[in-house]
Design a protein around this ligand. Structure first.
Ligand code: NAD
Length: 510
């Protein structure tokens, strides 16, 4: 809590959502949802008990048989209606994001736009669930594959994309015929609740999409509940690893996306102005609280000095302030961090970096915005960062950009590949051959060539490598459909009494 802040008992309460309506918790456990731009509490969010999670699972289980039997054309129709509703309400949704997360309104609208892409993808479910058919696989025998939903599935999501990350999961899961339980981040739970209301307005039957608000108590129950068939998780690596281990031990299908340290490799032949624009945008957008933020630049040889100069010049012009002031967007480009605690943790890395021998080229703590009310911190640049330093290895998840200097391309790519994370990686160069080599060499799940934040469009799938993803399937897109369904292969023959006889031999196909 911010020193001197008193919690108003009359604050709005954010509830869970089950069986088509908001549900009130009797757990007597709540969390505070802050407005990061003012540092004031905005609401209480109710924390579900294990028994309340059980009740929600029961309701999702009850809804499953009928939803599973709902024709694909009707499921698509609901997705189209949901898409139209999200589109019509995008400003309100973005305002909720800005008020609870702190990102600027244009950034929040960008988040909604990327979320809408995932709903568009799910609208194509009749096409996405087409199976394969082999006629005459053997004499008089046809073989075909169908994909069927799993049952009740759950999603657990992080604070940094309170609308988009849930939209990575539930439209596909539901369109595939599953019923869904979402546990949003307790730090900014309102956008998800609003999406649940819009799903209901779109005509989704009660119990198909449910929300349990809460903390670890709710998550732990979801991980052990025998009626939950699959878990999609997005969050930090230690939690992702533990969720993967626990849920797989309990027999569930799991995709658990973790943290990141995304490197941007800049070759000496790159357009330095373009690379600096990209680095500043990708490092400081959303105050660096993006899993695809560029947080490390690997500057090769002579690229380093001019690049650092160009980045510093651009950093000085970033407008830092609240994303909304009295409901208006005042054109600020970077907002606050999510909580005061997180802001202090991020700032602590500047002293750590100095003690480790890195240079603080720009110290965000001295920026006037850092002394504003709210959880603000100016942008920082660290030079001469080296692998092994905590300011390099740890996911700082704030507006701190580190520069590692490398002499050659092989040295630079080896640095990227030795890092524990492998979410995104980018190269900036004018040399097509070098870019192609990087694409071949780099150990990361998403690669940008002169593109700093290569988040795949919804018709591909999103996921990192190494400590950035635990599980086999990436999220959304075709792998999302695969994750939320299981294959069944049918071998069929229609009675033809004229060829029928008893044969105890193993069935032959020729
Ligand atoms: P977090 O791991 O603290 O929380 C994520 C979710 O897990 C929340 O719903 C939270 O309530 C729950 N949770 C937290 N601790 C738990 C525990 N011990 N047991 C069970 N559940 C727990 O992450 P965050 O701070 O909300 O989000 C930021 C992190 O998410 C960063 O590490 C970021 O890189 C990562 N992220 C990754 C991706 C990706 O696609 N790889 C996308 C967005 C965010």
């Amino acid at each position: 809590m911010v020193a001197g802040t008193t919690i108003d008992k009359d604050l709005k309460t954010i509830t869970s959502f089950a069986a088509g309506k908001p549900t009130t918790s009797k757990s007597n456990r709540t969390g505070i949802v802050w407005n990061p731009a003012t540092g004031e509490p905005r609401a209480h969010v109710e924390f579900s008990s294990a028994a309340e999670v059980d009740a929600t699972v029961a309701c999702a289980l009850e809804a499953f048989p009928q939803w599973r039997a709902t024709p694909l054309s009707r499921r698509a129709e609901i997705m189209f209606a949901f898409h139209a509703l999200v589109h019509a309400n995008k400003r309100h949704l973005a305002e909720l994001i800005t008020l609870e997360h702190g990102k600027t309104l244009p950034d929040a609208l960008g988040e909604v736009a990327r979320g809408l892409e995932n709903i568009e993808f799910a609208c194509g479910i009749p096409n996405l669930l087409k199976g394969g058919f082999t006629e005459q696989a053997s004499r008089g025998i046809d073989v075909y594959q169908i994909r069927q939903p799993l049952g009740v599935v759950a999603g657990i999501t992080p604070f940094n994309f309170p609308a988009m990350v849930p939209l990575w999961m539930f439209p596909n899961a539901i369109a595939c015929g599953n019923t869904f339980i979402l546990k949003p981040s307790e730090k900014d739970p309102s956008p998800a609740l609003f999406l649940a209301e819009l799903m209901q307005q779109a005509g989704l039957p009660d119990g198909v999409f449910n929300i349990v608000q809460g903390d670890r108590v709710a998550v732990d129950r979801l991980l052990e509940h025998p009626d939950i068939k699959a878990i999609s998780f997005v969050g930090s690596t230690p939690v992702a690893r533990s969720i993967y281990e626990t849920a797989t031990r309990n027999g569930k299908r799991v995709q658990a996306l973790g943290g990141a340290r995304n490197h941007m490799l800049v070759l000496p032949d790159a357009d330095i102005g373009m690379a600096a624009d990209a680095a500043v945008s990708a490092a400081f957008g959303s105050a660096g609280e993006r899993c695809m933020a560029i947080s490390i630049i690997v500057a090769v040889d002579t690229a380093a000095d001019p690049l650092i100069a160009a980045i510093r010049e651009r950093m000085a012009n970033i407008k830092i302030g609240p994303g909304l002031v009295d409901g208006k967007d005042e054109g600020n480009e970077m907002g606050p961090l999510i909580t005061g605690e997180h802001r202090d943790r991020v700032a602590s890395y500047l002293d750590i970096a100095k003690s480790e021998g890195a240079t603080i080229a720009v110290d965000g703590r001295t920026h006037p915005a850092s002394s504003r009310k709210g959880f603000f911190l100016g942008t920082s640049l660290l030079d001469s960062v080296e692998p092994g330093m905590r300011c390099y290895e740890d996911e700082i998840f704030g507006p701190v950009l580190g520069v590692v200097r490398a002499k050659t391309y092989p040295e630079a790519v080896a640095i990227v590949n030795r890092n524990q994370y492998g979410n995104g990686a980018a190269i900036f160069t004018r040399d097509g051959g070098a870019a192609r080599q990087f694409q071949f060499d780099v150990e990361a799940g998403m690669v940008g060539i002169n593109v700093p934040i290569p988040v795949p469009v919804a018709s591909y799938s999103f996921g990192g490598w190494k400590a950035s993803l635990f599980g086999d399937l990436h999220m959304y897109g075709p792998e999302g459909v695969q994750f939320y369904t299981r294959a069944k292969v049918v071998t069929s023959r229609w009675p033809d009494p004229s060829t029928s006889s008893v044969n105890l031999g193993f069935p032959q196909v020729r």
